[in-house]
Design a protein around this ligand. Structure first.
Ligand code: GLU
Length: 505
């Protein structure tokens, strides 16, 4: 069994936007598959037509593509185990439902919703199981002829799993170790509904994992309670030998306090819980996404990878390839992972620094274009090189660099009061002459000449340089003055000083 080929699947239900926790599940599956040279399958679990949301499937595909999480087979990828959309596999499931019925592992139940309600009123904590099933209307209590007659009449029914009570069921989880649950706490789960000729999640999930030769089921903790039932289903089919190994990932917790991370936490604290912006087709509500908020996909991947796993040391920055190399289910934590979105911003900052100035220019140029600014990519790249250490998002580049593209019209008042003295206009006029005469306008030589002039005249260094900066930038902030003027060029620098002399005198 150990030489079995690794095949994992990401199997979302298309019920809305993919939550960030679901993205992490997909990522861990992907890392595990890559590391073992295995296959990663994309399956759509859409047997619950009530909860189907149009657009959700395409959204999930686009999200994972954006993040670089790739599949080998599945919906929209193709493959030999298809179809990969459960709604297209009805006939397959029906066959397996019949097999359980024939083996006596399942039975047909005709109880109407009203009858079930009545029973719930009558018996407190009613559960449809070994203790109650013989009081109900099903193929265990009715004769074969009665059952056949009801079906022939067109009566709707469900197929229920016949769970034998009093048995300890072991789930060997690769993260949690051995989890034991007694079968008496389980109810006779509905596996199939005649009304829509569709199986429920549990049956479809097990049949597909078996037929698709899934070796490992890596999924969120919320599915752990279903695992004992799934073990029983594998047994009922006689598939114990090829049962996948389970790994249930820890919950993502609220950034503050306890409990599961929810969309409301994101709204409340101002961070996205979805990879991409999501337009809910039913309510029209728009929810923010990591992509639209300016996160780099590499940063999101790195951030998510460390929510519930770590490499065993304090290394934090890891590329997808490194993650593939280092990831292990054994190092996943059992306890929930606090969703620290400030850390997410920190990762984005780090990944911005890892990008070349040219790459950042490519990302920044469209934002400039939106503001009606066209600029040369090489110039924009040089500008970015001066400020990138100060930003965590590409959009923040605008605040840092706007003065390059738009000459100041006003000057920050406090600094003007402090730095623009009586003698300043004359000094600035002299400065213009110095700058004009410079044969080399690059940063270091220009700085040397200007400082020599200030020193030679005995001027106040701080006042002159800050007045210069006010004239060029509009405030007393920004990168090194002569790095700015080198990129800005002599003509523009001088014209800004002239304008300031005019405006401020
Ligand atoms: N369809 C389930 C979901 O939406 C799949 C759970 C599993 O991976 O077994 O997450």
């Amino acid at each position: 069994m150990s030489e079995r080929k690794v095949r994992v699947r990401f199997a979302p239900s298309p019920t809305g936007a993919l939550h960030i926790g679901g993205v992490r599940t997909a990522l861990y599956n992907y890392l595990f598959a890559r590391q073992h040279g295995g296959d990663m399958i994309f399956r759509i679990e859409d047997t619950d037509s009530q909860r189907f949301v149009p657009g959700a499937e395409a959204y999930i595909i686009e999200s994972l593509e954006w993040l670089g999480i790739k599949f080998d087979e599945g919906v929209s990828y193709g493959g030999e185990y298809g179809p990969y959309r459960q709604s297209e596999r009805k006939e397959i499931y029906r066959k397996y439902v019949d097999r359980l019925l024939e083996n006596g592992k399942a039975y047909i139940a005709f109880d109407t919703p009203e009858e079930l309600d009545a029973k719930r009123q009558e018996v407190s904590n009613f559960q449809y199981d070994a203790s109650t099933r013989m009081q109900m209307r099903n193929s265990l209590t009715l004769s074969k002829d009665e059952v056949n007659a009801l079906i022939a009449e067109g009566k709707q029914y469900v197929v229920r799993f016949k769970i034998e009570p009093g048995e300890d069921i072991q789930v060997n989880d690769l993260i949690r170790g051995e989890v034991v649950i007694n079968s008496s706490v389980l109810d006779d789960k509905v596996l199939y509904k005649s009304a829509d000729n569709l199986p429920t999640y549990h049956l479809a999930n097990i049949v597909d994992d078996h037929l698709m030769e899934v070796s490992h089921v890596i999924r969120g903790e919320e599915w752990l309670p279903s695992a004992p039932l799934h073990v029983l289903l594998y047994r009922a089919f006689g598939w114990e030998d090829t049962m996948p190994r389970f790994a249930h990932l820890p919950l993502l917790l609220k950034p503050d306090g306890k409990g599961k991370l929810s969309k409301r936490d994101g709204d409340r604290l101002g961070f996205p819980v979805f990879p991409l912006e999501w337009h809910d087709p039913k309510t029209g509500e728009v929810s923010s996404g990591y992509r639209e908020s300016g996160y780099l996909p590499e940063a999101v991947v790195n951030f998510l990878a460390l929510l519930g796993w770590n490499p065993g040391n304090d290394q934090e920055i890891m590329s997808m390839d490194e993650l593939v190399r280092l990831f292990s289910l054994e190092k996943c934590s059992k306890s929930g992972a606090k969703f620290d979105y400030e850390k997410g911003k920190w990762f984005n900052h780090k990944y911005i620094q890892l990008k070349s100035d040219e790459e950042l220019a490519d990302l920044f140029l469209p934002l400039l274009a939106e503001k009606g600014i066209t600029a040369d990519k090489s110039v924009v790249a040089r500008i970015i090189s001066l400020v990138k250490g100060r930003v965590s998002f590409v959009k923040e580049l605008w605040d840092q660099t706007a003065f390059f593209f738009i000459a100041p019209d006003t000057y920050e008042e406090k600094s003007v009061k402090k730095r623009w003295k009586e003698e300043t206009p004359a000094q600035m006029t002299e400065l213009i002459d110095i700058l004009e005469s410079l044969p080399d306008f690059t940063s270091a030589p220009a700085e040397k000449e200007v400082l020599t002039w200030i020193e030679g005249k005995g001027y106040h260094l701080g006042n002159v340089m800050n007045a210069f900066r006010l004239a060029v930038v509009g405030e007393c902030k920004g990168p090194h003055m002569f790095d700015i003027t080198e990129i800005m060029g002599k003509d523009e620098t001088i014209s800004r000083i002239r304008k300031a002399i005019e405006r401020l005198s």
